[in-house]
Every structure is written in structure tokens, then in C-alpha cells.
Design a binder for this molecule. Structure first.
Ligand code: ADQ
Length: 473
């Protein structure tokens, strides 16, 4: 079995316990452990003129290699191009997009640095799996340095439609970079369609059945790999939470009221101001829910160094204060707003208690919270998921009440319908969703990507090994 090499910006420490690490980190660690492998990423440290030699250590069958970055390059790469340019672009927020050539150059320098440092650690048969928009140029940098083996890329966030993507001054270079991978994985069929349309209409590439793409001299494949969760672990944690101290405290604090829960990183893509406004609208237009439902929004602070995120935090504090000021009673606070992370077991207890799961991003690659909420429900008395149609998860979770997150009144109506939904319908909808969550777990996703990447090179026939003119398909 070929060795697996995973590249991602953040590398989960081998000491981080499964209860704390995300499902993706646990699944990647398992995949690396089974085959033996290397996990390569940023050390979290910066230093001027950093070395090309990463810090290397082993834990079980996994080798970790962590690279230190130059502080200015790290800023240009992470806060600059990745999160100041690509993140808003891919989430359709052109008003928030900033493009600076210095950031683009810093982004590329970090990718070159990664390639220089990774190359000496590679063996020709390795399967390299690169994660996310921080590293789109990495394959190109490795190819320039002579690596011919299999490289795959998974894009965790949406891929924008061509008209949006064209707003990026570096659009052509970025897709040229993508073509250096053998397999490009996106979350949904819509994302695949968006990228393939750009390639055929703008980049003058050709598309063959199965998502095989020809762009200049390169052949690669683009396909949808919707990410899943560790469903078994969530079901187990949620069941185990019943009767726990935390669950008891939560129930006591609700005093018989229904709970509506939201769990999102504090990010402008997650549609939090609209969700707060819709809850306020629910209390305003459906007064029967006053004092009978409590909303809890868990939103750990994220990318606090970026100005837009700090502004969002202030906006939410103001909105939460306004809703509570207007509707609170001496014995009821309508909106509980928490900015801290929780252990998976605590989240599972909160999800299971909640009659409503509110997942209303303006755009989201997939949204794992939607799947976690479903997995944590009591099958006999499940809650209802209110889900944005613009989350990738909406493709699979067709048992949810789908909403348009720009329509505040429509979201309030959906919350009302969910609160009033009879048990039979709740069960039916939950079963549809749970079948999807269990049928495509994070482990299935990992295996499928690795399997398809392992075989990718055989039928792509890329030069320089066997240069040959493509047949049009
Ligand atoms: P994110 O934007 O981070 O992921 P999401 O898919 O919802 O969004 O995953 C968030 C994860 O963080 C969930 O597993 C959730 O449980 C956890 N989490 C959130 N708040 C927490 C808290 N307070 N305490 C502990 N854990 C918390 C990106 C893309 C998504 C895509 C994923 C995976 O933006 O669209 O689904 O990657 O590909």
C-alpha cells in the first residue's frame, strides 16, 4: 500500500484527544495510521528567514513535519490572500474581497516554501493529499521541482460560479495551478459544475465524461466528494449524554422551554446576523413562542486578527443585546450567546436537547454542524433541522426545512413551523436525514478520495511520462 502524505495548514497534534479534535482531524489521523504516513503543515510559529527543514517527529505510524514561516509571508498568505481574498470570493462576498498583489506574492512564496521543504521527504510512490484553499499552487510548485507522483486536492469551501470567479484578478493562474493536481475534489455537484463551466468557457479546456479535464498539456479529474461526520461517535456521545450532569444542568436551566440551537464559527459566511434577526422576527410575529423557546447560539471567535471578523462580533453583540432587551422576562432570557469552544460530548448533549437546529449560512461548502445535529437526535423524539439552501449539506439533507437565509421573515416562518411540527413528521424527516448522514461518513469520504486518487494517474496519461495528444471526448 502506498504511503499517504497529507498537507494542511493546521496539523492536529497527536496529543489532541479525539473528544477535542474535529472529525476531519481524527479521520485523517486514522487514515495515516492505517497506511503509515506523513502529515505536513505549518508549525503555528513564525520567524524571519525560516529554514526549509521542518521539525519532524513520529507518533505511532505517523510522521509529523511542521514548517515555520516568515512572519510577513505568513500574514500575506493566511490573513491576506487565503482569508482576505479567496474566502470572501468563494463565499460570494465580493464586497468584502480585497486583492493586493503583495498578498498574492506572499501566498505563492509560502507555497514555494512548502514545496521546497516537502520535496526531500517524498518518495515517488507517495499519494499526496492537499487540503484547502491555502495550498492551491502547491502541486504546481512540486511539479516544477520534478515530482511526478499522485497529488490530489480537496477544496472544503464552495467553488464560485464563473461570473463571480472572474472577479479575481489571478483567476487564470489559480486554475492553471489546479490543473497540476491529478484529482480535484469539491463538496457538491454544483461546485463541480461551476468549475467545469469556467474551464470550458473561459480557460478553453475540454471536459470528458467522468469529469476528466484537459487544460493545455495537463489531464486531471474534477469530482464531488461531499464530506461527512463520524456518525457513530456522535450517536454514541449523544446517547451517553442522557442523564449526565451537563444534560441535567441544561434541562434545569431551560425550565421546560424548547431549545433552538446554532453552532457556528464566528464567520460572516455563517449568516449569524440574519439568524438573530429571524429569531427576533419569530418572537415579534408569533408571540405564542415568547417565554416558551430559548435560542442558544454558540459561536467561537475565529480569525480575530481580520477586521471584518471583529466588526461582525460587535454587530452580533449589539443584535443579541437588542433582542434580549426587547423580549426578556425576569425569568427568561430569549437568546444565549456564547463565544467559546466546547468538547464534542457537550455539543452532542446540547444538540440532542434542542428541538430546533438552526443552520443558516449565506454560503457553506458543506456544514458539518447540520450533520452533527441530525446524528445526535433521539430517534423516538427528534428535533427539526432548519437549513440554508446555500449550505452544501442541503443537497443531502432533504428532510430539513430548507430556507433562504436572506429572507428573514421566511426563516421566522420556518422556525414557527418547526416548533409546531407533529412527532410523525419530525420522525419521517429525521429518518431521511439520518440515512444520508450514516450512508456517507467521514471515513467513507476519506477512503473514497484516497481510493480514487490512488488510481487517478493510470488513466490520465499525463506528460512528460507518456506525452500523447488527447482525443476529444
Ligand atoms: P467550517 O467553516 O469550520 O468548515 P463546519 O463544517 O460547520 O464549518 O465545521 C465546524 C466544526 O467545528 C464542526 O465539527 C463543529 O462541531 C465544530 N465547532 C463549531 N463550534 C464549536 C464549538 N463552540 N466548540 C467545539 N466545536 C465547535 C469548513 C467549511 C465547511 C465544511 C468543513 C469541512 O467552511 O463548509 O463543511 O470545512 O469540509
Amino acid at each position: 500500500m502506498a504511503r499517504l502524505v497529507v498537507v494542511s495548514n493546521r496539523v492536529a497534534s497527536p496529543k489532541e484527544r479525539a473528544a477535542k479534535a474535529g472529525g476531519l482531524a481524527v479521520a485523517l489521523r486514522e487514515a495515516l495510521g492505517t497506511r503509515g504516513g506523513l502529515w505536513f503543515g505549518w508549525s503555528g510559529e513564525t520567524q524571519p528567514n525560516p529554514s526549509d527543514t521542518p521539525k519532524v517527529f513520529r507518533s505511532g505510524r505517523v510522521t509529523y513535519a511542521l514548517l515555520t514561516l516568515d512572519p510577513e509571508d505568513q500574514r500575506a498568505h493566511y490573513a491576506g490572500y487565503a482569508n482576505g481574498t479567496l474566502w470572501p470570493l468563494c463565499h460570494y462576498r465580493l464586497g468584502l474581497l480585497s486583492f493586493r498583489r503583495a498578498d498574492w506574492e506572499g501566498y505563492r512564496r509560502v507555497n514555494e516554501h512548502f514545496a521546497r521543504a516537502l520535496l526531500p521527504l517524498l518518495q515517488p510512490d507517495d499519494i499526496i493529499w492537499v487540503h484547502d484553499y491555502h495550498f492551491i499552487p502547491l502541486a504546481a510548485e512540486l511539479r516544477k521541482r520534478g515530482f511526478e507522483g499522485r497529488i490530489g486536492y480537496f477544496h472544503h469551501i464552495p467553488w464560485p460560479t464563473p461570473d463571480v470567479f472572474l472577479s479575481l484578478p489571478s483567476h487564470a493562474a489559480l486554475v492553471q495551478d489546479l490543473s497540476q493536481y491529478d484529482l480535484v475534489g469539491l463538496q457538491t455537484e454544483d461546485d463541480v459544475r461551476a468549475l467545469l463551466t469556467y474551464i470550458s468557457s473561459e480557460a478553453r479546456g475540454w471536459i470528458a465524461p467522468g469529469g476528466v479535464v484537459g487544460l493545455r498539456e495537463r489531464r486531471f479529474r474534477v469530482a464531488a466528494f461531499p464530506i461527512g461526520i463520524d456518525a457513530t461517535a456522535f450517536v454514541r456521545d449523544a446517547k451517553a449524554s442522557v442523564g449526565s450532569d451537563e444534560e441535567r444542568r441544561l434541562h434545569e436551566s431551560l425550565a421546560g422551554r424548547a431549545l433552538a440551537v446554532g453552532v457556528d464559527r464566528l464567520d460572516y459566511s455563517k449568516g449569524l446576523p440574519g439568524k438573530f434577526a429571524a429569531f427576533g422576527e419569530l418572537l415579534s410575529r408569533y408571540p405564542q413562542h415568547r417565554s416558551t423557546v430559548t435560542m442558544m447560539q454558540i459561536a467561537p471567535v475565529s480569525r480575530g486578527e481580520v477586521a471584518e471578523y471583529r466588526a461582525l462580533r460587535r454587530e452580533l453583540e449589539e443584535l443579541a443585546g437588542a433582542i434580549n432587551g426587547e423580549y426578556a422576562e425576569f425569568d427568561w432570557v430569549p437568546l444565549r450567546y456564547l463565544n467559546r469552544p466546547f468538547q464534542r460530548a457537550t455539543l452532542a448533549a446540547i444538540y440532542r436537547t434542542a428541538r430546533l437546529g438552526l443552520v443558516t449560512p449565506l454560503r457553506d461548502g458543506m456544514n458539518l454542524v447540520a450533520k452533527e445535529y441530525i446524528a445526535a437526535q433521539n430517534p423516538e423524539d427528534p428535533g427539526v433541522l432548519v437549513l440554508s439552501r446555500f449550505a452544501g449539506a442541503a443537497d443531502e439533507l432533504t428532510g430539513a426545512i430548507l430556507v433562504n437565509p436572506y429572507d428573514i421573515e421566511g426563516m421566522a416562518d420556518a422556525m414557527n413551523a418547526a416548533l409546531l411540527m407533529p412527532l410523525d413528521e419530525r420522525r419521517e424527516r429525521w429518518q431521511v436525514n439520518m440515512a444520508k448522514v450514516e450512508g456517507n461518513t467521514i471515513h467513507d469520504w476519506c477512503e473514497r478520495f484516497i481510493h480514487e486518487l490512488s488510481g487517478a494517474i493510470d488513466h490520465l496519461d499525463n506528460p512528460p511520462k507518456r506525452a500523447k495528444r488527447p482525443r476529444r471526448g
